[in-house]
Design a binder for this molecule. Structure first.
Ligand SMILES: [Fe+2]
Ligand SMILES: [Fe+2]
Length: 293
């Protein structure tokens, strides 16, 4: 897999927190996302916490049950501002005995993010995860909008600047403030991780508010690799209309995708559409699931 970013030897994904835990699990489920990504490359290894769930309690409980140590996490990656992905951040950092743990996020992650329908609600970073609180808990915030290489075969997508026409607006109607005025929030802080393996790309997303097709397109154009071994994460189509769901499934087929692992905010309609198209290559995410590359 020749490319300028190098190749990863191993990627081990553990779903630490997801909305569903299964019938016979002693793990805690929670509306939110937290993945543990353990990687190995020629001269080293890196363990990444991808999002931090809604609160640290279930993340830390499940880590203990799965024999994972918070001290092994080298860096935290935040896919976007939403509280179900960032709420556990300071709690997780405080549980690690390490200091200056890099926390990679988009520079706009601390903007206001709220809805007014059906009633006023805020969704963004909570006060307990303010920049000061994150620093105090042992994190070092690295706000970066560009694609960032993290190790051989690991990079961030950076901001998804080119969006497919049908994904220009997120499915969620959220607002933000610009000079005191309410404007539609286009979720420009939505970023994902790209892993380059010999079998192809593995793309890990939080909610894909920037649009899963636009994210895939960005990953392919950054790396120049067009075979996708797996897409893992939420696609936030739970509140999308039938047209957008159908278009997503159709467009997904234009990429060479081996496996889809999704759940969280994807929604039953899109999951059913993808299941029909991908059959046994479609997998439902759940807390405790492990995926080996
Ligand atoms: Fe979410
Ligand atoms: Fe979200």
């Amino acid at each position: 897999m020749e490319n300028r970013y190098g190749v990863l030897d191993k990627l081990h994904v553990t779903v630490l927190v997801e909305d569903y835990a299964g019938y016979d699990s002693d793990l805690l489920a929670q509306h939110g996302v937290c993945f543990l990504l353990e990687t190995e490359y020629a001269k080293g290894k890196k363990t990444i916490l991808f999002d931090a769930g809604q609160s640290a309690g279930p993340v830390l409980n499940n880590m203990e049950k799965l024999s994972k140590n918070p001290d092994d996490v080298d860096l935290v990656f935040l896919s976007h501002c939403h509280n179900d992905h960032t709420g556990g951040l300071a709690g997780f950092l405080a549980a690690s005995s390490r200091s200056r743990i890099p926390v990679i996020a988009h520079p706009e992650i601390y903007r206001s993010n709220f809805a007014v329908k059906p009633d006023f609600r805020t969704f963004g970073m909570s006060p307990e995860n303010s920049p000061g609180a994150v620093m105090k808990a042992g994190g070092e915030l690295l706000p970066i909008a560009d694609s960032l290489p993290l190790a051989p075969g690991i990079l961030t997508t950076g901001e998804i600047r080119e969006r497919a026409a049908f994904e220009k607006k997120p499915t969620l109607t959220l607002l933000t403030l610009q000079e005191g005025k309410m404007v539609r929030d286009l979720m420009t802080d939505d970023i994902s991780l790209i892993f380059i393996l010999n079998q192809g790309l593995v793309i890990v997303t939080g909610c894909s508010h920037a649009g899963i097709i636009s994210i895939l397109q960005t990953a392919v154009s950054i790396t120049g690799i067009n075979h996708v071994a797996a897409v893992i994460g939420g696609f936030h189509l739970i509140d999308a209309g039938g047209d957008r769901v159908r278009k997503t499934v159709e467009e997904m087929k234009t990429f060479s995708v081996d496996k889809i692992y999704t759940g969280h905010c994807t929604g039953l309609k899109a999951e059913a559409g993808l299941l029909q198209e991908y059959g046994s290559s479609f997998k439902k995410l759940r807390t405790g699931l492990t995926i080996e590359f």
